[in-house]
Design a protein around this ligand. Structure first.
Ligand code: ADP
Ligand code: MG
Length: 684
């Protein structure tokens, strides 16, 4: 059953399955492996007499009355029920959900979880609910309740029920970690770990499950990397000589002087490339540290030697931006093609896919910039000598092979760039197969960023300040955690906030929304307009998180700031760190619970991504036990920077396994898992 499509599960028909597909879930296995991104803690169950306003808790009792009515003044349907337990009664109130009065009836035993209020007498407002059956535990209330990503008509409850049903197949999940490793490292089984992560019962089993999942993903990652290293050592690359006069002249034409760190990284890369063994280098640098120009110099030198480079960006927006950045750095003589599904250009002039493919084959194009569409099979780049991958690691030797398919044993040099602040020692343990350059200084002359932590009620003040900045001709970003009105959240969505700002606070300015559900073409048009100053304010989701560079944008307002991890906030803030004008980052949390205040205050105090990464770890270590997962490491779902021990254990195990069984012939299940891992991480 594990490999059956999810339509095999009760309650999921062809229509709903489309929504699941959007989340990458096709089979029962996919569903089991798509974990909740957080849990709602409804574990405390209280007698009604003991309730106090403000707390989030669970109440269980019988319904003594229930009815729905229209509230004409508020233009909505109000459903009210009275719940009675041995200690007292409480009113449950639901807005906009008339069906509840038809679902629940007098006499039903129910379990309700939510926030206690005293506005309408003692009440519980918009609680989660379910009827209590005589057998079986509650699923949506009275426990740690998993919260999943949902899409379209899919509801949390429906998704939870689907997972529950899929759980019947969990024992079919193959244990792919070798038996002796499971025993030696005392790992929980794959089946029990999956169960514990969806429906955690107690701390201990949840922690064991987390440890297993971390170990598993680290192990498969290490196996892939150790194999990559072995493969690289056996491969040949084009040796690309560094042409010092060319490099010096290109540098001298830049509108700025390189930082020492940029200079060092540039020369390290070029030295690597002089070898006939493929380079495998990671260029790490905080947002705004100037990674692009380093990559541009390497690609420029490669072009000067008559070879080709491919530059892979994570999004179309960035591909467009980087193509024009490269052109600017290297000048119009270098032929640069932009090739994505919506863009086909050569040196800024519109072209066709066909013409670009031809020009790549005959070597006229020196640098091709694109997204993963570049990996398509029809692409042949005969003199490809350098592949640059921006802002992501999800690209390994297997994918690289695709780019050079049919070129014999020649492999391109490989440069991967990331803004994730991973300390050098840890980076070496994680990516032991790579050489590492770190840009540890920012270009001089950057204005300071002031980060302001707003109280939930202070958003209007901030909009006022943004309005002033806009009047002076600057631009602003407003970032929201959701695209559309979201169930049970107090943070505004892109749509809501855009409407609010256009009607009130910023109505005299041009405001546009931008989010991941838009077509690529549409997104790019908006970004181009924003870059050209035709749009004053961009209200967006985190699509602007990675790399976007608009120096005239000097203010960023982050709505629902508590919903973002520190690393992400730092990335977002980096969007306004690109100019020499004074920049401001407003953090607007909608609640200040738990470690939120401490985390956000760290943003105010610290400006270094490395520092923030460390603080993030410390804070997470102490609070949030069943916490939101933001591993802080790009290609990991579970493992984080603090898992030093697991990282080196996984590395040891990977090396042991591959030493005795390099082709994984005696570890069939592990080989299958590696196959799945590589195809999951490959872009198609
Ligand atoms: P990131 O490392 O985040 O990718 P970018 O490469 O986008 O950073 O560079 C950010 C901005 O800084 C760009 O506008 C770039 O032109 C500029 N820049 C890069 N290096 C320097 C430097 N040495 N001095 C001044 N500005 C620089
Ligand atoms: Mg960048």
């Amino acid at each position: 059953m594990i490999n059956h499509p999810i339509t095999a599960l009760p309650g999921i028909g062809p229509k709903l399955s489309v929504n699941y597909r959007k989340l990458g879930i096709d089979t029962v296995r996919d569903l089991l492996l798509a974990f909740p991104f957080r849990y709602e803690d409804y574990r405390t169950i209280r007698g009604i007499a003991d309730l106090s306003p403000g707390e989030t808790t669970t109440v269980q009792g019988s319904i003594t009355s229930i009815r729905s009515r229209r509230s004409p003044r508020k233009k909505m349907t109000l459903t009210e029920a009275t719940i009675e337990d041995a200690t007292g009664t409480i009113t449950a109130v639901w807005f906009h959900q008339p069906y509840i009065a038809k679902t629940l009836k007098v006499g039903d035993k129910v379990s309700l979880s939510g926030k206690i209020d005293d506005k309408f007498g003692l009440s519980i407002v918009n609680p989660q609910f379910e009827t209590i059956k005589d057998s079986g535990p509650t699923q949506h209330t009275g426990r740690l309740v998993p919260i999943y990503s949902v899409s379209g008509k899919m509801a949390q409850k429906g998704r939870r029920n689907a997972v529950k049903n899929a759980m019947k197949a969990v024992d079919e999940m193959e244990e792919w970690i070798p038996e002796n490793v499971v025993a030696d490292y005392d790992l929980a089984s794959i089946a029990s770990s999956i169960a514990a992560l969806h429906f955690p019962e107690e701390q201990e089993s949840w922690e064991k499950a987390m440890r297993r999942m971390k170990f598993a993903e680290l192990l498969i990652h290490q196996i892939a990397h150790v194999r990559a290293r072995q493969h690289i050592e056996l491969s040949k690359a084009h040796a690309i000589e560094m042409d010092l006069p060319f490099v010096k002249e290109t540098i001298s034409k830049l509108p700025f002087a390189l930082t020492d760190a940029q200079r060092k990284a540039t020369f390290a890369i070029m030295q690597d490339m002089e070898n006939a063994t493929p380079m495998h280098r990671l260029l790490e640098g905080d947002v705004g540290s100037g990674k692009t120009v380093v990559a541009a110099l390497a690609a420029g030198n490669t072009a000067f030697q008559g070879f080709q480079s491919a530059y892979l960006a994570p999004t179309e927006i960035l591909a467009v931006q980087q193509a024009s950045g490269l052109q600017e750095t290297l000048g119009p003589e270098v032929q640069i093609a932009l090739l994505t599904s919506s863009y086909q250009e050569i040196n800024g002039e519109s072209s066709t896919r066909k013409l670009i493919l031809e020009a790549l084959v005959d070597g006229r194009i020196a640098i091709v910039v694109g997204t993963h569409a570049l990996l398509s099979d029809e692409l042949a780049i005969p003199k490809l000598a350098l592949v640059i991958v921006d802002e992501q690691h999800r690209f390994g030797v297997e994918q690289r092979k695709k780019l050079v398919a049919g070129r014999g044993d020649i492999v391109p040099h490989f440069l991967s760039m990331t803004a994730t602040p991973i300390p050098r020692t840890l980076a070496m343990a994680l990516y032991g197969d790579m050489n590492i350059s770190i840009l540890d200084e920012l270009p001089p002359g950057r204005g300071e960023i002031e980060t302001v932590l707003l109280r939930p009620s202070q958003d209007k003040e901030a909009y006022g300040i943004i309005g002033e900045k806009l009047k002076q001709g600057f631009q602003a970003y407003v970032v929201c955690p959701f695209i559309d009105v979201s169930e049970g959240s107090e943070a505004d969505s892109v749509k809501e906030l855009k409407m609010k700002l256009s009607k009130n606070h910023l109505r005299s300015f041009s405001i546009q929304e931008l989010h991941g559900k838009m077509k690529a073409k549409e997104k790019d048009e908006i970004m181009t307009k924003f870059r050209n100053g035709e749009i004053d304010v961009l209200v967006s989701t985190t699509v602007i998180e990675v790399g976007v560079n608009v120096p005239n944008a000097t203010t960023i307002f982050i709505e629902g700031a508590e919903r973002f991890g520190l690393a992400q906030l730092h990335q977002l803030r980096g969007r306004v760190r690109r100019s020499s004008d004074r920049a401001t980052c407003f953090l607007h949390p909608t609640s200040m619970s738990g470690s939120t205040k401490e985390r956000l205050e760290a943003m105010v105090k610290h400006d270094s991504g490395f520092m923030l990464a460390e603080i993030d770890l410390k804070l997470r270590g102490s609070g949030d036990r069943f916490g939101t997962r933001q591993s802080g490491l790009p290609e990991f779902q579970f493992a984080s920077l603090s898992d030093h021990t697991l990282i080196s254990q996984a590395r040891d195990v990977a090396e042991q396994i591959l030493d005795t069984d390099p082709e994984l012939e005696h570890n069939k299940k592990l080989a299958d898992e590696l196959e799945r891992f590589l195809s999951r991480n490959s872009p198609e």
